[in-house]
Design a protein around this ligand. Structure first.
Ligand code: SF4
Length: 364
């Protein structure tokens, strides 16, 4: 389609309503997906953009077709845009990744000696488990280092070879990361040099995880004991050092608690009225992710069906409540940002009438 033909179609048919649009190249590749709460205005702006200076004009010049889809609300358009970008991965869409990069997450590494590490955004690992989102990656890193030190967990490169004490070929020990003396100074159990059994390392890792999830505060006990001992010995400098470490860890645990609370707070039904009563849509949001969406129920029978959907959404138990699976991170950020920018929308939400505990178990 020539640009002037596309312009004529937009002028003739596009309305200023929420929706998503996509531009596709001559060989059928979707090169860009966008959203707007006023489609016509947004689409016309591409034709006014200056070529080749403006990115919008460059995308338009590469496009052979321009299509759009009308949606009942801006929220629906945002959600649809996100899902289309995830599905089609258009090469001009870098925006969503940029959003995610502003946030720090704590990721659990894979492999025989797991560790926690701070990442920006969820990266390309859609299958990982992430705690977050947090602000302030540096502070987070510092507090995690404290936790690693107190529990003897490793903090070296992810690809560092590990060798546990209960592995048979102890003569063939790999070398540590150059410059790492954490084992010698008692800050790492030394899973790389056969100094600890796998089971013991994993027990320490679990203790760290339970601490972050607010299930106990065992890592604080040795620091508290060291602080008291230093204070009794009138070594106030060391006592102050221990106090600061305790504070950093307590603040880390609090941050994880806040994330848990924020994720749990983003659990409700959300109904957005449409232009006509039949356009109203209801969303079932659990832990920041839209798990079900459909026309808002208008009578008792539809209400019952909708409540059944809610029960299904709530049925699977979800453990480790400060975590977000990698593939859900962008959506959780979108939902959180939506209600942060539009707090009045919270008036359209409703707490679940059924809870995860009372919902029937979903059959496999
Ligand atoms: S002692 Fe080994 S396992 Fe521990 S941090 Fe250093 S290199 Fe990693």
């Amino acid at each position: 389609m020539r640009i002037d033909t596309m312009l004529a179609v937009v002028k003739d048919t596009a309305r200023d309503v929420p929706g998503v649009y996509r531009m596709t190249s001559a060989d059928g590749e979707v090169i860009y997906v966008g959203k707007s709460k006023a489609l016509r205005t947004r689409l016309l702006s591409y034709f006014r953009a200056s070529y080749p200076r403006d990115k919008g004009a460059r995308i338009l010049h590469e496009a052979a077709t321009l299509e759009w889809e009308v949606l009942p609300s801006e929220f629906a358009a945002l959600l649809r845009e996100l899902r289309l970008i995830k599905l089609l991965r258009p090469r001009y869409n870098v925006m969503m990744k940029r959003d995610a990069r502003y946030h720090a997450f704590v990721r659990v590494s894979r492999g025989p000696a797991p560790r926690f590490h701070v990442v920006r955004g969820a990266g390309t690992d859609e299958t990982g488990t992430y705690y977050g989102p947090f602000r302030g990656a540096l502070q987070l890193e510092e507090a995690l280092r404290e936790l690693n030190d107190v529990l003897g967990l490793r903090d070296c490169r992810l690809d560092q070879p590990m060798h546990f004490a209960d592995q048979p070929d102890l003569l063939d020990l790999p070398t540590r990361t150059p410059g790492c003396i954490r084992h010698e100074i008692g800050k790492c159990l030394g899973p790389c040099v056969g100094a600890v059994r796998e089971e013991e390392y994993l027990a320490r890792f679990r203790a760290a995880k339970e601490f972050l999830e607010g299930r106990h505060d065992a890592p604080l006990a040795p620091l508290r004991a060291a602080m008291e001992a230093s204070s009794d010995a009138l070594d106030f400098e060391r006592a102050a050092l221990m106090r600061d470490k305790i504070r950093r860890l307590e603040s880390l645990q609090e941050q994880f608690g806040r994330i848990r609370f924020a994720l749990e707070s983003l659990s409700f039904t959300y109904t957005i009225p449409g232009e006509r009563p039949e356009d109203a849509r209801s969303y079932v949001i659990r832990r920041g992710r839209v798990r079900h969406e459909g026309p808002a129920p208008r009578d008792a029978a539809e209400r019952r069906t909708f409540e059944q959907r809610i029960a299904e959404v709530l049925a699977p138990a979800e453990r480790a409540p400060a975590t977000v699976p990698g593939h859900e991170v962008d959506e959780v950020l979108l939902v959180a940002a939506w209600f942060r920018k539009h707090p009045k929308e919270l008036k359209r939400t409703e707490a679940f009438a059924v809870t995860a505990q009372t919902a029937p178990a979903r059959s496999a």
